[in-house]
Design a binder for this molecule. Structure first.
Ligand SMILES: Nc1ncnc2c1ncn2[C@@H]1O[C@H](COP(=O)(O)OP(=O)(O)OP(=O)(O)O)[C@@H](O)[C@H]1O
Length: 342
């Protein structure tokens, strides 16, 4: 099966020059029912300073991708196929000892509800210092103090609050401290997995702006994971929409958010569109996700798709809408017509 790779980024340049290059990645979990293919033939590239969002409903495989990028897949997970190249090195072949020089230093992660992971009995600045010293044991006291000031400035925590304990911080400040900790060693790539889920809406908005600002200022690559397409669109330049382990649509923020083509993306966007926009979109009644222990090339969304017609038994393929916008479907007419009526 052909896999979409953004040719505009790869043209004239060997694969190993990308910050991150994921090729035909498939990851399974060994379960009692058999091998559950949680990630199926995923391809994407990310350059320094770029942001890429993964969005889809719970269980579509977003966290599995994030964990694979951090070398933190659980024991029953198996990389079935493909490569993850980071700065030219294949992450899938690293030993745990090698991972320790990458994880936290070159690739950092902001987990779901990570703020609860702050140590309650240690001042926040000491926890961030510890993260720096773990990867840079020879750092001088002056450089460490400079780095700490820089980090707190970057995430807008006043210097006078550096020595506070976590319980003295609000939820938003704790999450800013977690962002500072992720940035501590100046990583080239940050994976943010639902980083604002535990926060109220106003604080969520502030933290999303903070992540975007920090990512743009530091030119860090960002892989951002969320079930909320509006959240992803507010932070990321490019979006991959996932369904049942596969990417079904990818494009720039504007292309995916303003001109969704895959029937599943339209469903995801349904709750964010006004009734006017919805007039010519058929929104299906979502059925249960397909059983991913059954290995098939057939369209996984067909059972819920309001546009499915003659799709049974056929395999979807990538359909080009623009050089940066593609959708994975059996039905080119539905994809090319966009919001058009059938
Ligand atoms: N350790 C595991 N063993 C077996 N199956 C797993 C395991 N972890 C995840 N899965 C399954 O793999 C699929 C993908 O899960 P994953 O957590 O990556 O999805 P997700 O999109 O991140 O969902 P959520 O937003 O709920 O975290 C799901 O069907 C899930 O049940």
């Amino acid at each position: 099966m052909r896999c979409w790779i953004p040719v505009c980024e790869r043209r004239g340049r060997p694969d190993n020059m990308s910050l991150l290059s994921v090729d035909h990645l498939s990851i399974g979990y060994q379960t009692k029912k058999g091998m559950l293919k949680a990630v199926d033939n995923i391809c994407f590239d990310l350059e320094k300073g770029q942001s890429l969002g993964f969005v889809g409903e719970s269980g579509c495989g977003k966290t599995t991708i994030g964990m694979a990028l951090m070398g933190l897949l659980p024991e029953n997970a198996v990389i079935l196929d493909g490569h993850i190249r980071f700065q030219g090195n294949d992450l899938a072949s690293l030993t745990e000892t090698q991972w320790q020089t990458v994880r936290g230093a070159k690739i950092a992660m902001i987990f779901q509800a990570a703020m609860n992971a702050l140590n309650p009995v240690m001042p926040v600045n000491e926890q961030i210092k510890e993260a720096i010293i773990t990867h840079q044991p020879d750092i001088s006291k002056t450089d460490l103090a400079d780095r700490m000031k820089q980090l707190f400035d970057l995430v807008d925590i006043p210097a006078r609050r550096m020595t506070d304990y976590p319980h003295e911080y609000s939820g938003g400040m704790k999450q800013r401290a977690i962002i500072a900790m992720a940035l501590a060693c100046d990583p080239a790539l940050i994976i943010a997995d639902e980083p604002t889920t535990a926060l109220d809406v106003i604080v969520q908005d502030q933290i999303l702006k903070e992540i975007k600002k920090v990512q743009e200022q530091t030119r860090t690559g960002l892989v951002f994971i969320s079930h909320d397409i509006a959240v992803v669109a507010s932070v990321c330049e490019r979006i991959c929409v996932m369904y049942a382990g596969q990417i079904v649509e990818t494009g720039t923020r504007k292309e995916v958010f303003k001109s969704p083509r895959h029937p599943y993306t339209r469903t995801l966007l349904n709750s964010y569109l006004s009734l006017d926009n919805l007039n010519d979109i058929r929104v299906p009644e979502m059925k249960e996700s397909p059983d991913q222990t059954i290995d098939t090339d057939e369209c996984r969304f067909a059972g819920s798709c309001a546009y499915a017609s003659g799709c049974a038994g056929r395999s979807p393929d990538w359909i080009d809408i623009s050089p940066t916008h593609k959708a994975f479907c059996c039905n080119p007419d539905v994809i090319r017509r966009g919001h058009g009526k059938s």
